[in-house]
Design a protein around this ligand. Structure first.
Ligand SMILES: [Zn+2]
Length: 258
């Protein structure tokens, strides 16, 4: 069930049965020579919407733009600064809690979002706790990256091993092939990514921080050791099925907790 496609009365009725909702978040950023710009938000959205349809769970409108400043050396990238992303997350938390939701499951599709989202949630609870204002049975948040879900993680490692890499990964490219076949077809003639030195990879892993121009200089084709050309549509079908099942199990555990 997509929140934007039902009435407010239907949401009120849903809240008598469940206080939970899923929110797919991602980014809109370059994904190397063959990946769609929207790959990160399209993947989390596809997984969340399939799970929501199968299990009658509400899914909030996708947050399609995230913290992607390091990809601004490539056209098509849109980026929110961390403070903007934190403000957007905080207002979603407040809106959902005020209107009766008590469990928010954030399904993330972009590594750069994790820090700001965690900080936004911590800020939300800190503001309340520091003011001494207690909300009985208030909103509880769970944040998961889709690729960390257990069966999905095992499958992508089995399919691609070290070729999965860090950006424009074959697993995310395969999911977009399965979900958007009219927009991305066969990519098997894509060459392997350039190899990189340890310093470049440390920078991308977040031990050092760099501007967009530096990223574009170090990773000229936009990929970070990910062999996107290994992606196949049938892999995407299997990864989607694994992720939907993983999400259903983790969401049920989340609702049952606390
Ligand atoms: Zn991505």
């Amino acid at each position: 069930m997509r929140l934007e496609l039902v009435t407010s009365a239907a949401v009120a009725d849903y809240l008598t049965r469940s206080k939970g909702i899923i929110w797919p978040v991602g980014s809109n950023e370059q994904h190397g020579p063959v990946g769609l710009i929207g790959t990160d938000h399209l993947c989390s959205e596809a997984i969340a919407r399939r799970m929501g349809e199968a299990h009658g769970v509400l899914v909030a409108p996708t947050l399609a733009v995230g913290q992607s400043h390091f990809h601004l050396g490539f056209p098509g990238t849109l980026a929110l600064r961390p403070s903007t992303l934190m403000a957007v997350v905080a207002d979603h938390l407040a809106s959902l809690e005020t209107t009766g939701f008590r469990r928010l499951y954030i399904l993330n599709g972009h590594g750069g979002n994790v820090g700001p989202i965690r900080s936004a949630v911590a800020e939300y609870y800190s503001t309340r706790s520091l003011s001494g204002r207690h909300v009985p049975d208030g909103l509880i948040v769970r944040l998961r990256n889709w690729w960390d879900l257990p069966a999905t993680d095992a499958l992508r490692r089995q399919l691609y091993g070290a070729h999965e890499g860090f950006h424009a990964t074959p697993s995310e490219i395969a999911i977009t092939q399965a979900a958007f076949p009219d927009h991305i077809g066969d990519v098997s003639d894509t060459p392997a990514p350039p190899s990189h030195g340890r310093d470049d990879l440390m920078d991308h892993a977040g031990d050092n921080y760099a501007e967009a121009a530096d990223f574009a200089r170090r990773f000229p084709d936009g990929r970070v050791i990910s062999h996107s050309g290994l992606a196949r549509r049938e892999h995407g079908d299997a990864l989607l099925a694994a992720a939907v099942a993983d999400l259903a199990a983790d969401y049920a555990a989340f609702l049952a907790s606390a």
